[in-house]
Ligand binder design. Sequence first.
Ligand code: ATP
Ligand code: MG
Length: 177
Amino acid sequence: MLNLVLFGGPGSGKGTQSAKLIDKYGLYHISTGEVLRDHIARDTELGRMANSYISKGNLIPDDLMIQLLDDVLEKEAKDKNGVIFDGFPRTLPQAKALEELLKKRGTKLHAVVGLEVDDEELMKRMLSRGAATGRADDNPETIRKRLDVYHNQTMPLREHYTSTGHYLPIDGRGSID
Ligand code: ATP
Ligand code: MG
């Protein structure tokens, strides 16, 4: 088993690097952002609720995210060599919950790979992604809010995972390879 968290700001390349890691190690990829966007596209009850947070650049409440992750793990991640968590955890309560969810399944977190990219570069990347894909939260106002939320609510996890010995920083600039 290999359970990895890909950690980093919005637009840091978590999805892009995940795609390469799944190929190489046969892992199951869970992107909480993609799960939510899929609900929004299908106009489910959860999707409508999630959209009210995502469109403002806010995080979805922890209890909902944790339940959602538990469900996805139960349905999809059995009989895999491990999981890449992309976009989860984003808060300390989510990090505690992840530990419990893995323990309950007889496994654990092995490492947290941190893609480190400065805000200016993140802003540039998300603006070009927004232009290329039409992703609704990739607009200047929402991006600024997402960066704020990242610094205030998610960055404390870097400290947390450094103290537990899980955190592996990677320079997230430069070419994808
Ligand atoms: P990247 O470009 O590196 O993949 P991102 O921040 O642009 O990262 P997603 O991870 O897809 O994009 O997240 C999009 C939005 O979905 C977030 O801004 C947030 O509103 C919501 N979201 C995703 N994961 C979580 C989570 N673990 N907790 C709360 N909200 C979440
Ligand atoms: Mg993503």
